[in-house]
Design a protein around this ligand. Structure first.
Ligand code: AMP
Length: 284
């Protein structure tokens, strides 16, 4: 069945009120559209676990730290709605920006330590924008469960803190990263890569895999693991490594010694496109 496309908050609220009155569980997948097989995995998990599935498609200006990135962000609403319909999604919520932000916000969600490192360090205001829009969307969709990709590990950690710290009654479900055959994590931004850029874009994952293997073989020094992974990435001409760090999974704080599961996370510039990825490293 075709998904119902809703642009207005009040209209979505009416659907949500009906579902809640009928005691139907609501699963929610927030996205910025340009949907691919990574998003599809989130839709499938949400579909399997809930009575009503709502997907939001909203390119949130508040979370972009660079204007060109916002302007160049791919927008493919018709194809997105088709993918949602084929995945059994009930409602696609695609509001215009003026519906979400009728006037400049006076109140936002500030994010603390969990946003200090990794992307938070290089994208000022990004996680404030993410936490604020997700909080707004949670108030509108009132989901029982919400689905986020592990590909954006720091975002997932921020959202987990958001709902814990502000007592939001929603269960956060993390979904494993979907990758291309060569390991490149699926991303809407991959569409911007030239064929030549695409050929080298998986080098970040190659580096992260080296980190994972080193930790699995017993290396406990996070600086040594990070250095070995960076060396792999920096050996590839035509890319620029923004960061590659080893952090603990909960609050994304850098660690010295790897005594339990740790996240190796990096950001890579390939031409004018910035890609991120991470893996979990588990010591023996
Ligand atoms: P975005 O549209 O990029 O904001 O992503 C929407 C959701 O899809 C986020 O929770 C992402 O973490 C998730 N996502 C994006 N790419 C992937 C992927 N390759 N595998 C799994 N989840 C993903």
């Amino acid at each position: 069945m075709a998904a119902e496309v809703i642009a207005w908050i009040q209209q979505l609220r009416n659907r949500v009120a009906d579902a809640r009155a009928a005691r139907r569980s609501i699963g929610f997948v927030p996205t910025m559209g340009a949907l691919h097989a990574g998003h599809k995995r989130l839709l499938d998990v949400a579909r399997a676990e809930n009575d009503l599935v709502i997907v939001s498609i909203f390119v949130n200006p508040l979370q972009f730290d660079r204007r060109d990135d916002l302007e160049r962000y791919p927008r493919t609403l018709d194809a997105d709605v088709a993918l949602c319909s084929a995945s059994g999604v009930d409602i696609v919520f695609a509001p215009p920006a003026a519906e979400m932000y009728p006037s400049p916000l006076e109140c936002v969600v500030e994010v603390g330590r969990v946003a200090e490192h990794l992307c938070g360090r290089f994208r000022p205001g990004h996680f404030r924008g993410v936490a604020t829009v997700v909080m707004k969307l949670f108030q509108i969709a009132q989901p029982d469960r919400a689905y986020f990709g592990e590909k954006d590990a720091q975002q997932l950690a921020v959202i987990r803190r958001l709902v814990a710290d502000l007592n939001v009654p929603v269960e956060i479900v993390g979904v494993p990263t979907v990758r291309e055959a060569d390991g490149l994590a699926l991303s809407s931004r991959n569409q911007r890569l030239s064929p030549q850029e695409r050929r080298v874009a998986n080098v970040l994952y190659e580096g992260l895999k080296v980190a994972q293997a080193l930790v699995a073989s017993g290396e406990r020094s996070a600086p040594r693991v990070a250095a070995a992974a960076r060396q792999v990435v920096e050996g590839q001409p035509g890319v620029r490594l923004e960061y590659l760090e080893i952090v603990e999974p909960r609050d994304m704080q850098p660690i010295e010694r790897i005594d339990g599961p740790a996240v190796a996370a990096g950001a890579l510039w390939v031409g004018a496109t910035r890609l991120i990825d991470n893996v979990i490293c588990v010591p023996p």
